[in-house]
Design a protein around this ligand. Sequence first.
Ligand code: XMP
Length: 511
Amino acid sequence: MQQTEKILVLDFGGQYDQLIARRVREQKVYAEIRAYDRITPDEIEKEGYRGIIFTGGPNSVYDPKSPHYDPRVLSLGIPILGICYGHQLIAYLAGGTIKPAAGGSEYGKTRITVEPCAIFDGIPGTSVSWMSHTDYVAGLPAGFRVLARTDNCPCAAMADEGRKIYGVQFHPEVTHTEYGTKMLRNFLFGVCGCRGEWVMDDFIERAVETYRRELDGKTVLCALSGGVDSSVAAALIHRAVGDRLTCVFVDHGLLRKNEGDGVENVFRRGFGMRFLRVNAEDRFLTKLAGVKEPEKKRKIIGEEFIRVFEDVRDEIGDPDVLVQGTIYPDVVESGKGDAATIKSHHNVGGLPSVMKFKGIVEPLRDLFKDEVREVGMKLGLPEALVRRQPFPGPGLAVRIIGEITKERADVLRDADAIFREELERAGVRPSQYFAVLTDTASVGVMGDARTYGHVVALRAVTTDDFMTADWTRIPYDVLEVASRRITNEVRGVNRVVYDITSKPPATVEWE
Ligand code: XMP
């Protein structure tokens, strides 16, 4: 979709590319990330960006493998802000010199002194900024002046104010930089002349208008998992095409307690959508009988999803278009090449090969997760659904260690529901929290009798991106209540343990 006012985040391999784009969007200015080797200065000009931010990156500009860019970018007349490596790259492209710092790397919170100028407008003469660099700008390019210094870095910021080109050695996008947000605002509004008009109401209005036109007369299908992304995508497209959208929700019998009914209530009753719930518990459990190996479980579930959709096709025919809940981080990540496969994450990516779609729409592909949530709330989805923690596609299958049976799934569902209820009651909101049914039995005592029952593990993690995660320090009292209730209320469980492993070395899920 065409945005009226947008900023380009030109990615040179920094770890903060998405953070920079999010920070810009928090200021209600649309930002998009492009890898430096995927866009030329001509394309930048054609796209009509209001400003460009060069990200950081791990390299040194003199390293032959380091990412460089066509120096014509400096003459487009578009304001530029270079951050860290981006700052050094600007100096290099403009004819300056870069050197390794004599005293080694400068890392962490550092006091900077700034000169009055557009990007430091309203910022005190000295403040704290976050540094992480080895090289520094030793020789200024012609036309630039120094705008900030630290004890070890004589050029912590510079600018060619005539061309509106700025560079900062520190990271304004991280919260450790005291006036980082103010600096970004100064760049966006003061230097680039942005107005800050990127609001979700407009996004919804424009998306509805676009899809009403694009999908005119077409039948549309959405494979709804009940997760945040597919739910918001469905609600948005429903607003555009109404009854020409059918949502198919496959209940594989490995959902959490009351989850299937909850999803059905929201979409069929609340939104009045054409909603097909396929109750396929028996099919899935039959296929999974006796299977213990995690990757095999995932594969079976993925394949069975496709079989279910083949049957759905017999029922509803081949819709023209498939709706997918792809979001911006998926788009950015998939452009970066594959990391090693630790777990084959199942999704509904197999669908298009089964059903013949003429097209796919991904209405959320420009949005970050928090923006997707905001759209969901504005579309009237219940908060509990919009703020939902992530839930894996294969569902409880990867939380039942060993063999999956209906009885074992029911034990886990009950224990999990209690744990979640107690955390929510206590107001503790980890990034993800759930119970796991282990394949260990343990001895216990109840009344005067010996028991031999299930061991349930509780898992809660705190994380921003799920690539790494810390185990959550849940108050002992809350763990105590959860443990007592699970052993009292869930038949067959006589022991509860809490998982205190971070990721790495563990993963979030047990399988
Ligand atoms: P791990 O266990 O890999 O989990 O640390 C990271 C995040 O991914 C979710 N996860 C999955 N999601 N299909 C999914 O759709 C899967 O097979 C799967 N396995 C893990 C997990 O819940 C966590 O949010």
